[in-house]
Design a protein around this ligand. Structure first.
Ligand code: SF4
Ligand code: SF4
Length: 173
C-alpha cells in the first residue's frame, strides 16, 4: 500500500494532477532497478532512503525544480523505466558530483546517472543532438567540423592546419 501511495505522490509531482498521466502498477517494471544496479556505477541505487540531500545539492534542480536527482532514483526504484530513460534530466545532469558528496548512503548518484544513460543508449533513448555529436566524434575526431575557413584563420595565427584522419578516430573509438 505504501508503494501505491508513493507512486501516486511521485506521479503527481512529475505530471501535475492530470489523471491520464497516472501509471498503473502493472505497467511498471520491478526489474528495472536491478538492471540499473548491474551497470557499472549503478550498484548503489538500492541503498537510497530518499533523504533529499542530493536534491538540495543539485545545481540543475536549483534552476528547475522538476529536475530532481531523488525523483529519478525513486522512479527507477518504482520501475518507471520509460519515464526515467526518456527524462531530459539524465542528459542535463552536469556530472558535478554535488549529489555524490552529500549522500549519507554512498549511493554515488552521479555514477548511477552514468549507468542510467548507458541503459538509455541501449534502448535508443538518446536526444538527436547527442547522436549528432557522437557521429561527428566518430567521423572527425572532434565535436566541431574544421574546414578551410578555420584552417585559414589558423594559418594567419601561425598555427598548422588540422587534417582529418577518420580511420584513426574509428580505431580509437
Ligand atoms: S542523498 Fe543519497 S540517500 Fe538521500 S535521496 Fe539522494 S541518493 Fe538517496
Ligand atoms: S551530478 Fe548531476 S544530479 Fe548530481 S548534483 Fe550534479 S547535476 Fe545534480
Amino acid at each position: 500500500m505504501q508503494a501505491v501511495r508513493d507512486l501516486a505522490g511521485y506521479d503527481r509531482g512529475l505530471y501535475g494532477s492530470n489523471p491520464m498521466s497516472r501509471r498503473k502498477l502493472n505497467e511498471l517494471d520491478p526489474s528495472f532497478k536491478h538492471r540499473v544496479a548491474r551497470q557499472p556505477g549503478g550498484e548503489g541505487i538500492r541503498a537510497c532512503f530518499g533523504c533529499k540531500a542530493c536534491t538540495a545539492a543539485c545545481p540543475i534542480e536549483t534552476v528547475e525544480k522538476r529536475y530532481d536527482p531523488r525523483k529519478i532514483i525513486r522512479m527507477a526504484l518504482l520501475g518507471m523505466e520509460k519515464e526515467v530513460l526518456e527524462s531530459d534530466f539524465i542528459w542535463l545532469c552536469s556530472s558535478c558530483y554535488g549529489c555524490h558528496e552529500v549522500c549519507p548512503q554512498n549511493v554515488k548518484f552521479t555514477e548511477v546517472m552514468f549507468a542510467i544513460k548507458n541503459l538509455a543508449v541501449q534502448e535508443a533513448c538518446v536526444p538527436a543532438g547527442l547522436t549528432g555529436q557522437r557521429n561527428l566524434l566518430k567521423e572527425r575526431g572532434r565535436l566541431y567540423e574544421v574546414g578551410d575557413f578555420e584552417n585559414e584563420k589558423r594559418a594567419k595565427l601561425g598555427l598548422p592546419s588540422i587534417k582529418e584522419h577518420p580511420e584513426d578516430y574509428e580505431a580509437l573509438l
